[in-house]
Design a protein around this ligand. Structure first.
Ligand code: NAD
Ligand code: GLY
Length: 395
């Protein structure tokens, strides 16, 4: 087996948990479950969806059984619209039918939708049982599976009902990304760029270098090169997880009173506009990460117009987002509708939107919407959304 990487997530007053990363990490799910769960754990319930399960389910089940667990599995519908309370209720019924006890556990095998839903159900079943994240999208591997945010959507909005419930371990197989559709990769890369942009220039540069090599088509031409790339990918994902782990350790519950440059809130960079873009297009046009791609540019344009961010830094960010892949067009959307949606952002504090802006690549600053003139937001929106990131414009 190729080299595995490990990242620890440290939690105040509780046991740390490990993130294991490697091309063949799926073959370690059983072992990891044994090590990280209670010694009394006997049953494991796997939650996935049909698409992911068909690709990776049989191997995961086999591995868990070989580690001595009684394993059952249940498949939820594929897509954001299934991440709701009704599905959570069905997951809970499945846990009961599987006779899970308090020392037993849930394994979430899939993208962020499966991870959020299964994690939420594990958080409330018997007031909380253990769960393992086995993320299979880039976005889930670098972001959603790490840090214990679990949630479901309601008619009123995304992730409005949820719980902080940390997994017992995260097992990341980078090989699963080989089957991921291009748009999902683009969405994941946007979130990866975000993590570097708000907190670490070296991470931003490492991500950018990886994307440049992808673009120049150097990837996977011969065997040795392909294996080196796989290793670079695992290293990059480990660096991304390590960054997120540090932020989570220092501010696990996203303390609303914190506005410093290391608070968990900085991970919402790009999200104020992203949520608005998703809402005005009724969640049909953008993958979430794609909307974050535009959202980061809007926030960076605002930062630049407020004299906080150098033009060269804005340009670096724009160039990097371009490397992530093509984004659906955004220049035809109703500006006033976007502004209205921004004003009702659910992450507001005391009725005011809190923008995550940039001082430079690697350093964020949280600013109240009251301090930003509306004309600056309008101009930033126009500049960022009319950018040349779309299918047509990039040919
Ligand atoms: P997703 O879970 O919908 O997965 C995207 C698509 O890829 C789905 O159709 C899925 O079936 C498919 N898929 C997954 N793995 C695959 C593979 N290896 N090969 C082929 N197809 C595969 O989307 P996502 O982007 O992973 O997650 C988005 C969700 O994550 C949102 O609900 C968002 O709110 C949530 N999220 C949570 C956190 C958190 O901290 N909890 C952070 C970011 C996002
Ligand atoms: N994805 C943002 C967070 O985990 O806080």
């Amino acid at each position: 087996m190729k080299q595995m990487r490990q990242v620890s997530v440290r939690l105040a007053g509780r046991e740390n948990y490990e993130i294991e990363i490697g091309a063949n990490a799926l073959a370690r799910v059983g072992d990891t479950a044994r090590r990280s769960l209670s010694p009394h754990a006997r049953r494991v319930a796997v939650v996935s969806n049909a698409r992911v399960f068909k690709l990776y389910g049989a191997g995961v089940l086999r591995d868990l059984r070989a580690a001595g667990f009684a394993v059952s599995h249940w498949l939820m519908g594929d897509g954001e619209r299934h991440k709701n309370l009704r599905t959570a209720e069905r997951a809970l019924a499945f846990f009961s039918e599987s006779k899970l006890e308090r020392t037993d556990a849930v394994v979430a095998l899939g993208g962020g939708v499966v991870g959020d839903l299964a994690g939420f159900a594990a958080a409330v079943y018997l007031r909380g049982i253990g769960f393992l994240q086995v993320p299979t999208t880039l976005l889930a591997q670098i972001d959603a599976s790490v840090g214990g945010k679990t949630a479901v959507n309601t008619r009123e909005g995304k992730n409005l009902i949820g719980a902080f419930h940390q997994p017992r371990a995260v097992v990341i197989s980078t090989a699963t990304l080989a089957t991921l559709p291009t748009r999902e990769l683009t969405a994941g890369w946007c979130e990866a760029i975000k993590q570097g942009a708000v907190g670490s220039r070296p991470l931003f540069e490492q991500t950018r270098r990886f994307l440049v090599a992808e673009q120049t088509g150097e990837a996977a031409r011969e065997l040795e090169r392909a294996s080196r790339r796989a290793d670079e990918l695992a290293e990059l994902i480990a660096a991304q997880c390590s960054f997120k782990a540090k932020i989570v350790s220092a501010d696990e519950r996203e303390d609303v009173s914190r506005t410093d440059a290391r608070s968990r809130r900085i991970l919402n960079f790009g999200h104020t506009t992203a949520h608005a873009l998703e809402a005005v297009t009724r969640y049909r046009r953008f993958r979430h990460g794609e909307a974050v791609g535009y959202g980061m540019l809007v926030a960076a344009e605002i930062s630049n117009r407020l004299g906080m961010l150098a033009a060269s830094e804005l340009e670096s960010l724009r160039a990097c987002v371009q490397l992530a892949g093509r984004l659906p067009r955004a220049d035809d959307l109703d500006e006033r509708a976007i502004l209205r949606a921004i004003a009702s952002d659910k992450k507001s504090v005391g009725g005011h939107v809190r923008w995550v802006l940039l001082e430079r690549i690697g350093r964020a600053r949280i600013v109240s919407g009251q301090e930003i003139p509306p004309r600056v937001v309008r101009a930033a929106l126009r500049a960022a959304l009319a950018g040349s990131l779309t299918d047509e414009k990039r040919g």
